[in-house]
Write a protein that binds this ligand. Structure first.
Ligand SMILES: C[S@@+](CC[C@H](N)C(=O)[O-])C[C@H]1O[C@@H](n2cnc3c(N)ncnc32)[C@H](O)[C@@H]1O
Ligand code: SF4
Length: 402
């Protein structure tokens, strides 16, 4: 008999070999190694591998398909009809597995499967609607934070004018009051239920939560820790957030140290390009030099950073200076082992300000091979840019779903 926490295989004449891995917070079932499903303690489908394709499910109710094709990677959200078909197929498959496994698995696993089966079409629809009452669209978080609980202490982007970024165009920037944040946290806890246990870290949304003046931020973090205490008494839950480069009120090292004591572990900054011409083309606030300065201030407080570079801005025309100056900026930041560098291939919004400006300036865009080659050069160069070898990884904005 399989026990929770011990991966096991059950073989029956009707089902063949079913692999079960019941961890404290997630249940994974593999049907003869052809199809795999993972669920949280609420019975929510987290991800599945069906028909040779990988799917990741968001709390928002959408499903992301990720597949490797001959011509490269496919990443796209399922259409509503495709999503509903997939959810129905999973429900049918789990019904069959639950019946067939009834005499072979412990009561706890059987009860977990019953929780999964409570997710019928009506419940999915209700869940999607509830999500929209709690969250504004959760546009993006850094890849190492895909498993965090997102808490929208602020909404939107205080700048919202970068020429290439459309993430927050649908909402004005605003800071929640402590009362609003408490309500938001109550709603999140009720919504995630036992699924919350899978997510230990908190990502503070939206685009630049750390622009909040320190006294207000202090109040908001107190509410957050009150509502979401960590599993370890006396140790605050780990926090992560974006910061735009000029960072509003320019926090001091002492203020960052205070945030560090309140759980802040890493702050993510979109440098995008170390080259001043490319940076201006992107209409980022601040400057590469200001970004280097902010990074040094943050690191002096003991908090790590995540630096995001774009691959492709300025096209082939400005490629050399973009790469050279971006790697020089990284070197000047003196990153260390706890820091991260991400490289994000630029996805040019059709007819947005970036596309219009690039056209007006006659910039020749990079072709697919040129973009792949710049991405690789930036990744290799970023590792070499400092003696302390921060981790360097791809940041693909189409791979995110919450
Ligand atoms: C929320 S944004 C940046 C956070 C913070 N506001 C800042 O500007 O530093 C996260 C990252 O998404 C990436 N991003 C935004 N729009 C993009 C696009 N169209 N193509 C590729 N990456 C994009 C950028 O690298 C950006 O730094
Ligand atoms: S890149 Fe950052 S600062 Fe610029 S508009 Fe997007 S979220 Fe705002």
């Amino acid at each position: 008999m399989p026990r929770p926490n011990a991966p096991s295989v059950v073989t029956t004449p009707e089902l063949g070999s079913i692999y079960l891995n019941a961890q404290p917070h997630a249940l994974t079932i593999s049907d003869n190694l052809h199809t795999t499903y993972s669920f949280d303690r609420e019975g929510r489908l987290l991800s599945c591998f069906v028909g040779g394709q990988n799917y990741r499910c968001g709390f928002c109710g959408e499903i992301l398909l990720k597949a490797t094709l001959a011509g490269g990677k496919l990443r796209r959200r399922l259409r509503p009809d495709e999503r509903d078909d997939l959810l129905e197929a999973v429900h049918t498959a789990v019904t069959r597995l639950s019946t067939g496994l009834a005499n072979y698995v412990p009561a706890e696993v059987h009860a977990w499967l019953a929780t999964v089966l409570a997710w019928d079409a009506a419940r999915h629809t209700h869940d999607r609607q509830t999500f929209q009452t709690i969250y504004k669209p959760v546009s993006i978080v850094p890849p190492d934070q895909y498993q965090a609980v997102v808490v929208q202490a602020t909404e939107g982007c205080s700048w919202n004018r970068c020429s290439f970024c459309t993430f927050y165009r649908d909402r004005p920037f605003r800071i929640k009051t402590p009362t609003e944040l408490r309500t938001h946290l109550h709603q999140i806890k009720a919504f995630l239920g036992r699924g919350l246990a899978l997510r230990q870290a908190v990502f503070l949304g939206d685009a630049n939560a750390l622009i909040v003046p320190q006294p207000r931020l202090r109040e908001l973090l107190a509410v957050l820790h009150d509502e979401l205490p960590s599993a370890t008494p006396g140790v605050p839950r780990k926090l992560y957030a974006f910061l735009d480069i000029f960072g509003g009120e320019h926090k001091t090292t002492a203020q960052y140290a205070e945030l560090g004591a309140a759980g802040m572990r890493r702050i993510y900054l979109g440098l995008e390009s170390g080259d001043a011409t490319v940076f201006d083309l992107l209409n980022k606030p601040g400057s590469p030099a200001a970004c280097i300065e902010v990074v040094r201030t943050i690191k002096a407080s003991g908090i790590n950073v995540g630096i995001i570079l774009l691959a492709g801005p300025g096209g082939a025309t400005l490629a050399h200076q973009h790469v050279t100056q971006s790697l020089a900026a990284l070197a000047a930041m003196e990153l260390t082992a706890g820091d991260l560098v991400y490289v994000s291939p630029l996805i040019v919004p059709a007819d947005g300000p970036y596309a219009q400006q690039a056209r007006a300036l006659g910039l020749v865009p990079l072709d697919a091979d040129g973009l792949a080659s710049q991405l690789a050069t930036l990744k290799v160069g970023a590792v070499a840019a400092t003696a302390h070898r921060p981790k360097v990884a791809l940041y693909h904005i189409e791979e995110w779903i919450y």
